[in-house]
Design a protein around this ligand. Structure first.
Ligand SMILES: [Fe+2]
Length: 456
């Protein structure tokens, strides 16, 4: 287990005790306390803490000087929280200028301290995961910008022009690209155009830096899709602040997108599931045929060791396997007597219709093979493709066992459910013929151990 190591630099014994007791809440935090400013940088290098909390007024080096030294001398420097009774705006400003990650005015409560510590640590962790690609033909500028971003905690890679940047971006997918505008070879415009044209790279924010503050150029870049513009010379803090802001916005946007996609998926799923239920009610005596097939198929798949995502896909396929019957007229689907050849042909279309319906829903793609092939026969001769054996996708073979089982072991309009033993006998007979032997075997493992889901 990784332990959080904190270096506390505070000359007042009472304050030291207080901060230490506040930090006890953080499980496993190990606090090293020193009371003289001069020992700060050395202690930090020796202990390599995850976090430094330092008073500003100290004997020897003060907190601001400690901040600057640590930023200069450690790579990467740990985040520093400055604490002080000085609470004027200028004091806070000076603290941030010296490189502090946060500033906490005394007196503060335990809640204030823990919230600040958590914020700082989370931000720092996020930074370390974030990767920035710096593109500039000038080695000097590249080095300066890279050093500053590394100090801020980012991972950084470099490229010398647009072409190299594009190769590097395709390889490593940075979280943000910071590029010079005028470069020999592919310049900033070209890089922007190429990134926006590549679906894999188009969502990566691109910040362009240039000596020109020409409005026309800036407008053109923003129009082309650049996220922001930095006019040289810019202060390092300006660059870091802008990048932090863009990345925070970008992360928020991605989280929002993901949330929205998940909501849409659920809504779509609910709609399709109710459709499947309505269809069950039209087609079968029990309105829970699809639900039962899904449960039995998922139980077989789980026994076979399917991973969670695959289990979800097979359960969905179970719920939706007969969705294609929506395209079959009542007169055929509900006909009590024998079907003519033409009518049977119509019935045989339902897996393909199901496939067609589901192919329009991106999140249901994994369920499609099972839906499409649930009427194939293990020995061949099923439909729609007449494939056999292991040519039939495994989820479809599993679904076929569950489908046949529920069909023979549930009440039908024209006959009551078969006795259980007789129904089990049919599954046994179909082994090797209609049904996959491996799936049948697992099915009987569940039956014998009493774990086969019962009908609902
Ligand atoms: Fe079917």
């Amino acid at each position: 287990m990784s332990v959080l190591t904190v270096l506390l630099i505070e000359d007042s014994p009472a304050q030291q005790r207080l901060v230490k007791s506040y930090l006890q809440e953080l499980e496993g935090a190990e606090v090293h306390a020193i009371s003289h400013g001069d020992g700060g940088p050395e202690a930090a290098k020796e202990i390599q803490p995850d976090l430094i909390i330092s008073d500003i007024n100290l004997p020897g080096l003060n907190g601001l000087e400690i901040c600057r030294r640590i930023k200069d001398e450690m790579d990467p420097p740990p985040p520093i929280i400055l604490i002080s009774t000085l609470n004027e705006d200028e004091d806070v400003q000076r603290g941030f200028e010296a490189g502090a990650a946060a500033y906490l005015g005394k007196p503060f409560t335990q809640r204030d301290l823990l919230r600040t510590v958590n914020d700082v640590l989370q931000k720092n962790m996020l930074r370390r995961q974030q990767h920035i690609l710096v593109v500039d033909d000038s080695a000097g500028i590249r080095k300066a910008v890279t050093a500053e971003l590394r100090d801020a905690g980012f991972r950084v890679s470099e490229a010398t022009d647009g072409t190299e940047a594009l190769t590097e971006a395709s390889r490593s997918h940075p979280d943000l690209v910071l590029s010079d505008l005028n470069m020999p070879g592919a310049d900033g415009f070209e890089l922007c155009r190429s990134m926006k044209a590549d679906p894999e790279l188009s969502s990566i924010p691109l910040v362009v830096m240039s000596a020109s503050s020409d409005r026309g150029t800036m407008r053109r870049l923003v129009h082309m899709g650049a996220a922001a513009f930095l006019v040289k010379p810019f202060s390092q803090d300006q660059a870091v602040l802008l990048i932090e802001k863009l990345l925070d916005d970008h992360v928020l946007l991605m989280l929002k997108d993901r949330e929205q996609a998940e909501t849409e998926r659920r809504m779509m799923l609910d709609t399709i599931t109710s459709l499947a239920k309505a269809l069950d009610a039209r087609d079968t005596y029990t309105s829970s045929h699809s639900e039962n097939v899904a449960r039995v198929a998922a139980a077989i798949a789980e026994e076979m060791g399917f991973e969670e995502d695959d289990l979800e896909a097979i359960s969905l396929a179970g719920k939706l396997h007969d969705i294609g019957k929506i395209g079959i007229p009542d007169a055929v689907l509900l006909k009590p007597g024998r079907l003519t050849d033409e009518e049977f042909e119509l019935i045989r279309r339902h897996p393909r219709i199901g496939h067609e319906i589901l192919s329009h829903v991106p999140s249901l793609q994994d369920a499609i093979p099972a839906v499409l092939h649930h009427h194939e026969k293990y020995a061949g001769g099923g439909y729609p493709d007449g494939i056999a054996g292991t040519e039939i996708p495994l989820p479809a073979r599993i679904l076929a066992v569950a489908d046949v089982w529920h069909a023979v072991y549930s009440d039908r309009p024209y006959r009551p459910a078969m006795p259980r033993e007789k129904a089990l006998g049919i599954i046994r007979e179909e082994r090797e013929q209609g049904l996959c032997p491996q799936c049948v075997e697992i099915f009987f493992t569940l039956v014998d151990s009493g774990r086969l889901p019962t009908n609902i």
